[in-house]
Design a protein around this ligand. Structure first.
Ligand code: KG4
Ligand code: ZN
Length: 348
């Protein structure tokens, strides 16, 4: 049972709640961005056979898991609701039925306890993940790259609130490209991690896939041509058998994505003259992208901030940090707050 005692307040503890897609997550984070607990219940096994997230199934599993996950996060942090300063919850963007589960539970907790409710933009929350690393917090302003399953954006964060978008994908998101190619290869959902692992034994130069919009002005991305190129390659050559052929295909596809992402970051650094870069979102967990960005940072003499791989994919610790920012700015939500499947970027 959720309990509500009054003890150990004043540490600025925030409960973060995340349910925008296929992870039900809750975390307790303190005002110094220290993670007291970070509990994630993944639905990957449930959606695996469908090759993508089935929204209705996602909502149903969030309903089943949300209370146990929140209870586990409070227990792991050894706190009760009365110890909290506020509850932060992802309000968008995401699947509306999935978002509503976290939002309604967060509202319920705030209604009963009187705690402030903070509604968080999932994309801004991703950009907070590197701030959970105590070894060196990013400074403002900085360039950011957000590459997840649903979004691919590059831009500038001038301060703790909001973001200026310089470019975005014109079609698929980077993570979506990984997921669609994995589906074509019969590797299941989600595709990023499995392609990352298979690519380790492959030759990234084995197949020359296209890099869309390369060398063009502007900061937009496009991944659908790459996806089509992989499809055409498979139509010509057939599905690769497990082994070297599969590893080479994964490595070559991944190299194309990594080149496109790295190039846009370098371009944004050059154009803005900024010296710090935050890279976030599920695709930032990719080992090859991380290595490519490290090399680019060393060559360009800018500072790269990457969250630990497990904090790149959806979690509630990042939601709690985003919540702290909004709380500090006095931007509270209320019981009328609704889920925002497409959150307006300028809201901040
Ligand atoms: O940020 P995230 O957890 O959820 C969204 O907000 O979309 O990102 C999930 C995406 C999926 O498309 C997944 O395939 C991709 O991140 N991903 C990766 C890796 N781990 C997760 N992509 C490439 N390499 C990885 N290691
Ligand atoms: Zn996400």
């Amino acid at each position: 049972m959720l309990s509500c005692s009054q003890q150990r307040s004043g540490e600025g503890l925030i409960l973060g709640v995340e349910s925008s897609c296929d992870e039900t997550a809750a975390a307790v984070v303190d005002s110094g961005h220290g993670i007291r607990s970070n509990v994630i219940s993944s639905q990957v096994e449930i959606h695996h056979e469908f090759g993508g997230v089935v929204p209705e199934l996602a909502s149903r599993h969030h309903v089943l898991n949300i209370i146990p996950v929140i209870e586990a996060a409070l227990a792991e942090a050894d706190v009760s609701l009365g110890d909290l300063r506020a509850v932060a919850v992802t309000a968008g963007p995401g699947l509306v039925g999935a978002l509503l589960v976290g939002l309604q539970v967060a509202k319920g907790i705030c209604f009963v306890t009187g705690l402030p409710l903070v509604a968080v933009d999932h994309l801004l929350a991703h950009l907070e993940a590197p701030f959970l690393d105590r070894r060196g917090q990013p400074g403002f302003p900085h360039v950011f790259l957000l590459a997840s399953g649903g979004h691919c954006l590059v831009g500038v964060r001038h301060g703790p609130e909001g973001m200026e978008v310089l470019g975005a994908t014109r079609d698929d998101a980077a993570g979506e490209a990984f997921d669609k190619v994995a589906k074509m290869l019969g590797l299941g959902y989600p595709g990023g991690r499995v392609i990352d692992e298979l690519a380790r034994g492959g030759d990234p130069a084995a197949i020359r896939f296209p890099r869309a919009l390369r060398g063009r002005k502007g900061f937009d991305f496009s991944f659908s041509g790459l996806k089509t190129a992989v499809k055409q390659h498979l139509a010509r050559r057939g599905l690769p058998k497990a082994g070297q052929e599969l590893a080479d295909l994964c490595a070559s596809f991944q190299q194309a994505v990594v080149d496109m992402l790295t190039e846009r970051v370098e371009q944004a650094v050059e154009c803005t003259g900024l010296s710090e870069v935050v890279v976030a979102g599920g695709v930032a967990a990719n080992s090859h992208l991380r290595a490519s960005l490290e090399r680019a940072a060393a060559a360009g003499r800018w500072r790269l901030h990457l969250a630990a791989p497990e904090l790149c994919t959806d979690n509630a610790a990042m939601v709690a940090v985003a919540g702290q920012r909004r709380l500090a700015a006095g931007k509270l939500a209320d019981m009328a707050t609704n889920a925002a499947p497409s959150w307006a970027r300028h809201v901040g």
